[in-house]
Design a binder for this molecule. Structure first.
Ligand code: SF4
Length: 219
């Protein structure tokens, strides 16, 4: 079986096991962008609490959040962990959005994807995974998101080195998968489920939907 068919098979097995994920969890594109920053180095349950705090205060608009003092922002997002750092990162993003783009995500996402991506990467605190999550899930652009789960799973499946670079693994997916936003959206969400529930640092292979095609010792 060639690589595109193998990747499709992995996707189909995951989809059959976990069902459609309907990502990204968020009511607006702005909420998705805020969530993409808050989810750095933490799990989604903690992000949900932080987002819930912002929602309860009706602060989930670019202007309202921009007008909030950084200290207060840090207090409200405390459940997401690293809250002082994340408050600073959110401030950088809000300045980029509100001051440089009049608070409009449409203006942020306007233009060639590579140029928009470069602009996002220039914002202090936004790395490739955060930028690509915004591009895929908030802007609906065709870009594959890589995270620590994806690296771990595809290393164990035998497709890459443990220390594969973000760019190389992203290129691998985008070279071998059909160029399709919905597919990229679902595939990443399903890999997160697999990484969360089966392919953990100490893998739980017994119930893993990829068990039959995985050669990792213990699978
Ligand atoms: S079989 Fe085990 S090592 Fe392989 S992907 Fe599943 S959980 Fe990970």
């Amino acid at each position: 079986m060639n690589t595109p068919r193998k990747l499709k098979k992995i996707h189909d097995l995951l989809l059959k096991h976990f069902g459609p994920q309907n990502w990204w969890p968020g009511d607006t594109n702005f909420e998705i962008c805020v969530g993409a920053i808050l989810t750095q180095n933490t799990n989604w349950q903690n992000v949900e609490k932080a987002i819930g705090n912002l929602k309860a205060q009706k602060l989930l608009t670019p202007k309202a959040l921009y007008n909030l003092p950084e200290k207060e922002l840090a207090r409200l997002i405390k459940p997401s962990g690293y809250f002082n750092i994340k408050a600073k990162r959110l401030r950088h993003f809000l300045e980029f959005l509100v001051v440089s783009h009049k608070g409009s995500l449409k203006k942020v996402f306007f233009g060639e994807m590579d140029q928009v991506r470069d602009k996002l990467l220039d914002v202090n605190g936004i790395g490739p995974e955060t930028a690509d999550s915004m591009l895929l899930y908030a802007a609906g652009l065709r870009i594959f998101v890589i995270d620590a789960y994806t690296k771990r799973i595809f290393h164990r499946l035998g497709y890459c080195e443990k220390e594969v670079s973000y760019h190389d693994l992203q290129h691998f997916f985008m070279e071998h998968l059909p160029s399709n936003t919905e597919l990229y959206n679902e595939y990443h969400a399903l890999l997160v489920m697999l990484g969360k529930y089966h392919c953990k640092p100490k893998p739980f292979c017994e119930e893993c939907p990829l068990k039959k095609i995985c050669g990792f010792p213990g699978s």
